[in-house]
Design a protein around this ligand. Structure first.
Ligand code: DP6
Length: 329
C-alpha cells in the first residue's frame, strides 16, 4: 500500500448577487437566507493536499505563509474529511491565490472549495457535487458556491444535509463582465465570520429576511431572461441593503473606505448619463462593477478616469472547482 496520497484542485472565488449575511447556526455555517452568485474567471486558488503516513502533524502554507488562526480552520476541516474517510494520516497543504487574501475578494470561498475537493480526492472519497458543496460550506459558508459551475444558488436548507449549492445556469449562459476594482491591498479588519454575528443586531434585519425569498425568485427570473437592467438594479440594491445592515448593526460595521463611496457615486452618475453599469460590494472596500460584455470597452474608458484605483481585474462567469494534474509540490 502507498504511504502518500496527493491531489490538487483549482477553485474560483464567487461574487454574490444576493448575499449571505447572518447565520442560523454558526458551527454548521447554516445561513438565514438563500443566496445567488457567479464564479469569477480570473481570480484563482490552487491547492495541493498530500496525506502521508510519515508526517507527525499537519503542515499548512497559504500564499507562502503559516498563519496560526487560519491554519486552525484548515486543520479542523481536514479532521472532518479524515473522519469521513476513516484515516488518521496528517497532511501537507500548500495553497496559492493569484489575488490579495482577505480583502473582500472572497479568498475563503475559493480556499475552502479547493481544499475540500483536493483533500477528498486525495483520500479517494467519491462524493457527489451536492455532498462536496455541503462539506465546503462547513469550512466557510460561501465556499459551497465555488464548487458548482457558472451561476449558482445556495439553498439555505433546514439542516446541514439540505443546505447545499447547485448550478442554476452554466457559465456561458450570459456574457457578463465583472470588474474587481482593487483600491488598496490592506487586509480588512473584521472578518466576515465576525460580521455575520452582528447581522441580527440591526433593527432592519427582520425586514430584509421577510423580503428576501421574493428577491431570490425575481433575481433568478432576470438571470433566466438576461434582463440586464432589472438584474443590475436588484444586485446593486441588494449590496447597499447588506451594507445598510452592517452600518446599523450594534456595534456598527463599516467596510467602506472614502474611495468606495466615490466609486458608488461615480457609477450612479455614469448610469444616469446612459451607460448600463451596476455594482456590488462584499465584506470589504472593493467595489465589483458589472456590465454586459458588449459594453466592457465603453465602461473601462470611464473607469480609468477614477483616480486611486490600483488595479482592475476583469472576470467572466466561470467553471466551478476542478481537479488538475499540476501539483504545487
Ligand atoms: C459578504 O462565507 O466568508 O461575502 O461562513 O463565516 O466563512 P463564513 O463567511 P463567508 O461570508 C461571506 C459574506 C459575503 C456575502 C456572500 O458572499 O454571500
Amino acid at each position: 500500500m502507498k504511504d502518500k496520497f496527493k491531489a490538487t484542485a483549482l477553485a474560483h472565488p464567487n461574487l454574490a448577487f444576493i448575499k449571505y449575511w447572518g447565520k442560523k447556526d454558526e458551527q454548521l455555517n447554516l445561513p438565514l437566507n438563500g443566496s445567488i452568485s457567479v464564479n469569477l474567471s480570473n481570480l484563482l486558488t490552487t491547492t495541493t493536499v498530500e496525506f502521508s503516513k510519515l508526517l507527525p502533524e499537519d503542515q499548512i502554507k497559504i500564499n507562502g505563509q503559516e498563519n496560526k488562526k487560519e491554519n486552525l480552520k484548515v486543520v479542523k476541516h481536514l479532521d472532518l474529511i479524515r473522519k469521513i474517510a476513516g484515516v488518521k494520516w496528517r497532511a501537507r497543504v500548500v495553497s496559492e491565490n493569484n489575488f490579495p487574501k482577505a480583502s473582500g475578494l472572497a479568498s475563503s470561498a475559493s480556499g475552502f472549495a479547493a481544499l475540500t475537493l483536493a483533500a477528498t480526492a486525495a483520500l479517494k472519497l467519491k462524493l457527489s457535487e451536492r455532498k462536496l458543496t455541503i462539506l465546503a460550506r462547513l469550512g466557510s459558508g460561501s465556499a459551497c458556491r465555488s464548487i458548482p459551475a457558472g451561476f449558482v444558488e445556495w439553498k439555505k436548507g433546514e439542516e446541514s444535509e439540505t443546505s447545499y449549492a447547485y448550478s442554476i445556469f452554466p457559465a456561458h449562459h450570459w456574457q457578463l463582465s465583472i470588474m474587481a476594482l482593487i483600491l488598496k491591498s490592506e487586509e480588512k479588519k473584521i472578518s466576515s465570520s465576525d460580521g455575520h454575528r452582528l447581522a441580527q443586531t440591526s433593527p432592519f434585519f427582520k425586514t430584509r429576511l421577510k423580503n428576501i425569498d421574493h428577491r431570490l425568485f425575481l433575481l433568478k427570473s432576470y438571470l433566466k431572461k438576461r434582463d440586464f437592467l432589472n438584474f443590475g438594479k436588484m444586485v446593486e440594491e441588494e449590496a447597499l441593503e447588506m451594507h445598510a445592515i452592517m452600518l446599523t448593526s450594534r456595534p456598527s460595521l463599516i467596510y467602506w473606505e472614502p474611495k468606495t463611496i466615490e466609486v458608488i457615486k461615480f457609477i450612479q452618475k455614469i448610469r444616469t448619463d446612459g451607460l448600463p453599469i451596476f455594482l456590488t460590494i462584499d465584506a470589504g472596500a472593493y467595489p465589483f462593477l458589472i456590465c454586459e460584455k458588449k459594453n466592457e470597452v465603453a465602461v473601462l474608458k470611464w473607469i480609468k478616469k477614477i483616480e486611486g484605483i490600483k488595479k482592475i481585474i476583469i472576470n467572466y462567469p466561470s467553471e466551478g472547482a476542478k481537479l488538475i494534474d499540476n501539483h504545487l509540490f
